[in-house]
Design a binder for this molecule. Structure first.
Ligand code: ARG
Length: 580
């Protein structure tokens, strides 16, 4: 609907340009807002206010000319001038009904496929394997996964890449620790990577001899020594399977096949350096190989290096990312590369993207984008920590979520068996953690608060999951008697109209989520939808409605609400429940 109205306005602007009201070369950015107050119509624009100056006219007069130039159409019921020169538009009810019917008839809720289908390589999760996944790994996994689902839904080809860190200097320390354990105790210690890491670090800090051995082992590992590779493989296997357990529990679609580890680029790194040398981009600085780009300066204007090779010959994070970016375009065929990585790495990505283009690692019309996100904070306003002050392992956090969800469910009357409740608690617990994250603006920090996410009040997973079961219960009560799916929509009550207006926005919102990689738009939309449904449900009898035409229409609105909620939640990576 929005696109149709934009088109009408674009035509109107074309017309007033042709009429000489507006200079022909004037660039026009058509912006449409949705007024909060419905008496201001369904859409509003400040176009006339923006263009009054170049048109050498006053805004109200120009608004009148714009309205007059809108082509004949069946979309608009009316267009009115308001205040200093805003234009408010009301959409004709026939249009609204038509849109509802189109959604009703469509398997994809009438969400339009993308016009330009792309091959999108999405880098998300990408933890370092030296340690177990912790709370800091939540956001990339969840937001990246939701965006991937939305991109796929819009018809793009999505290639997931889990750029796990498995090759850094820390591995020397881990291998040194491993080689001192016999098989049995190695197996035991590896069952808790966190303590394994701590023990290794302790020895590294305490013993010079151990530290030297650790350094020796990294060099050996990186030069392909068989013995080191064997130890290392054993460690990586364990660590990756930990990750996979977390992904499976979270319902994150990553699999082992999506893992393209840093080590996989090892053979390519000398070539990266050679290539930079050929392009005359390399500068030696204190024995290290660096690139200095004019675009990047320090606080005092001093040149900022991108270090690509250390003095001893070792490669860095940036070097691997240059190899990876080339691989993603040239081998995987990506024309849009998305990165879901902590906002604190934004300089790194700006540098990599700029350098990759300059050096020709990527070429042509390829889009690269770092989608940064804020930090998960504790209630004390500092990065989230476990009770003992350490980092919280993600697996433990999810256990706690499930426990808390169970106690939330037990507070409610329910005819569910103990076992059913436990099953449901798993979904509610995990979904609450995911939803709490997804519903916040991606770029801000947010406070991780159990009480705010595990409640039936407000914009939470329990609220939405419960709302879905409520809509569903109508159809359970209806049973086999069914209803006339072919009936027309009847929108008499204002609550029916409000619900209908929200339903038809689904297409627009899904596209927005993709464009900005901001899943919280969809969360806000679903929360609003559930709220409008609930007002409708309270005011408008459905099963007891005697007028059959109205009853059928209301059942269709309910069906559409249920389908939209479940489709929306699925795009967020959250399953629905039939009962709660
Ligand atoms: N492993 C890195 C970290 O934990 C994140 C990797 C992100 N992806 C990338 N291509 N650099 O900080």
């Amino acid at each position: 609907m929005k696109e149709q109205l934009e088109q009408l306005l674009a035509d109107a602007i074309g017309q007033i340009k042709a009429d000489g009201v507006l200079p022909a070369d004037q660039t026009v950015n058509i912006q449409l807002d949705r007024p909060r107050d419905k008496s201001h119509g369904d859409f509003a624009t400040n176009l006339a206010l923006m263009l009054a100056k170049p048109a050498k006219s006053n805004p109200r007069q120009l608004a009148e000319q714009i309205i007059a130039a809108i082509p004949q159409n069946t979309l608009l019921e009316k267009a009115e001038i308001a205040g200093p020169g805003f234009i408010n538009f009301s959409i004709a009810q026939d249009q609204l009904k038509g849109q509802l019917q189109a959604m009703y008839d469509s398997k994809r809720m009438a969400v339009a496929e993308a016009e330009n289908k792309r091959t999108i390589v999405i880098d998300y999760s990408s933890p370092n394997l030296a340690k177990e996944m912790h709370v800091g790994h939540l956001r990339s996994a969840i937001i990246g996964d939701a965006t991937s689902r939305v991109a796929e839904f819009l018809g793009h080809k999505v290639i997931r890449q889990n750029h796990v860190g498995d090759w850094g200097t820390q591995f020397g320390m881990l291998l040194a620790h491993m080689e001192q354990l016999d098989n049995q105790s190695a197996e035991y210690e590896l069952s808790n990577l966190e303590t394994f890491y701590k023990a290794a670090k302790q020895r590294f800090d305490d013993s010079e001899e151990f530290a030297n051995r650790a350094r020796e082992l990294v060099v050996k590992l990186q030069s392909g020594d068989d013995y080191c590779l064997r130890l290392w493989n054993q460690f990586i296997e364990v660590s990756l399977s930990h990750c996979q357990e977390v992904y499976d529990r979270l319902g994150v679609k990553l699999t082992r096949d999506d893992a393209m580890a840093e080590s996989a680029y090892n053979d390519k790194l000398p070539g990266v350096i050679e290539h930079l040398r050929e392009k005359q981009l390399l500068v030696e600085d204190q024995g290290a190989q660096c690139v200095f780009l004019d675009e990047f300066k320090g606080k005092e204007g001093e040149p900022l290096p991108i270090i690509v090779q250390k003095k001893g010959g070792g490669y860095l994070y940036a070097t691997t990312d240059l190899a990876a970016i080339e691989y993603r375009q040239k081998q995987l065929g990506g024309d849009y590369l998305m990165y879901f990585v902590d906002a604190r790495q934004s300089l790194h990505f700006e540098q990599i993207f700029t350098l990759a283009r300059k050096a020709g690692f990527i070429e042509g019309d390829i889009r690269t984008e770092h989608f940064g996100f804020g930090t998960v904070m504790g209630r004390d306003g500092k990065p989230y920590k476990s009770r003992d002050g350490g980092v919280t392992k993600l697996a433990d956090l999810l256990d706690e979520a499930e426990r808390r969800a169970l106690s939330l469910l037990q507070q409610k009357d329910s005819d569910l068996s103990e076992q059913q409740q436990q099953q449901i608690a798993k979904v509610v617990g995990i979904s609450s953690v995911k939803y709490a994250d997804l519903s916040k603006n991606r770029t801000s920090d947010y406070i991780f608060d159990w009480d705010l996410m595990l409640t039936f009040e407000g914009n939470t997973a329990p609220y939405l999951l419960y709302a879905y079961t409520r809509v569903n219960s109508i159809f359970n009560r209806l049973g086999d008697s069914g209803f006339d799916q072919g009936a027309e929509f009847v929108l008499n009550d204002e609550r029916e109209v409000a619900l209908a207006n929200q339903l038809v926005r689904f297409n627009e919102v899904v596209h927005q989520v993709y464009d900005k990689a901001m899943p919280h738009f969809l969360c806000g939309y679903l929360f609003d939808l559930a709220g409008r449904f609930s007002s409708f449900y309270e005011a408008c009898p459905i099963l007891n409605q005697e007028d059959l035409a109205i009853r059928n229409s209301r059942l269709k609105l309910a069906r559409l609400t249920a389908n939209t909620l479940s489709q929306g939640l699925e795009l967020l990576g959250i399953p629905t429940l039939e009962k709660m």
